[in-house]
Design a protein around this ligand. Sequence first.
Ligand SMILES: C[S@@+](CC[C@H](N)C(=O)[O-])C[C@H]1O[C@@H](n2cnc3c(N)ncnc32)[C@H](O)[C@@H]1O
Length: 279
Amino acid sequence: MNEIFKKVEKILQEAKIEEYKKEAKLIILETSKQTIEEIIITSKVNNEEEILKKASLRAETKKPVQYILGCQDFMGDRYIVNENVLIPRDETEILVNCAYNLIKDKNEKIDILDIGTGSGCISCALAKKLINKNIEILAVDKSIEALEVAIENISKLDLIRKIIIRKSDLFSKIRDFEKFNLIISNPPYIPKSQKNNLQKELEFEPYDALFTDDEEGVEFYQKIINQAPAYLKKGGYLAFEVGINQYKSIISMFEEGFQDIEIIKDLAGIERVICAKLK
Ligand SMILES: C[S@@+](CC[C@H](N)C(=O)[O-])C[C@H]1O[C@@H](n2cnc3c(N)ncnc32)[C@H](O)[C@@H]1O
């Protein structure tokens, strides 16, 4: 393998970057704008100086590689990311797939509300999976800077006919007549009291995307569950990504107004997604 791979891997390994081989490859391919095949055939790598600069930045600051490169893959598509949005996580694919299964068989128009859209990854992935259906997604966030990134991703993936963006603090800018088949959200769920015990990389992500004021990290679920019935169509669904062990509290929040509660575990066996149907 080309010398540059060894150099970049060494920089990252010495900085104790866990997935140093994977990240080295990512930095090299993204920055050289070459495929691995091109590099092997030509034995040449473009932009070596830039590659080493980015690797050193990663090693010295621990800034996530996705923010250094400005992109992250999610469900087979490349998303633009910057420090105004959460980096899309693999676990969130479980939420998207769960939501898709809930509504995929509907033949009438499907209206979806994505609360806290961030990069827009949930809305875009759902819109792509349901591309042949008559769907309209309203993607809201309270951060205007996050919405700017979402708009870029929606345009890049050619989904502007399917997704509408709006600045809203939870339901504050949702009109009384707007009703949805599905409300989906991956809200902030880390209690702010845990802020100092987390890995360095999380310090680069937006505070408002991660942290809650309450001790259990469930305040957003409670607020959304309280208000959702007014905005759901008859038999509509609510689907959330949840933090470790939060599902038990959320089940009890659901009990009054919702039924058919379903919980889906991630690959590590952690209850990661919870959804329910309006009673
Ligand atoms: C955990 S991130 C999820 C981002 C994206 N949906 C994803 O899954 O990658 C939570 C998002 O909620 C937004 N947010 C936080 N508080 C909010 C509020 N009160 N109203 C609307 N959005 C909010 C944040 O700005 C952030 O983009």
